[in-house]
Design a protein around this ligand. Structure first.
Ligand SMILES: [Zn+2]
Length: 78
């Protein structure tokens, strides 16, 4: 545990945020030991099973862009 001495906990294995729009991802444990990760914003979904992670649902492009616009708004939306 000393190779990544960045002072941070490694979080690259666990997917906690959508890589497309940075929305916190919801995780659901499924039978068989796999976990289904779903982005509530763009509806992309991943299956996480032990050492591997694979995406099985593409993000909805329009929702993804909308979520990005929401999350990244640096100016106050009036
Ligand atoms: Zn997303």
């Amino acid at each position: 545990m000393s190779t990544l001495g960045a002072g941070r906990r490694s979080k690259c294995v666990e997917l906690t945020q959508c890589p497309y729009d940075h929305t916190p991802i919801t995780a659901e444990a499924c039978s068989g030991g796999s976990v289904v990760l779903t982005c509530p914003a763009c509806e992309a979904a991943w299956e996480w099973h032990g050492a591997w992670l694979r995406r099985f649902r593409e993000p909805d492009r329009e929702k993804m862009l909308a979520a990005r616009a929401n999350g990244k708004s640096t100016e106050p939306a009036t």
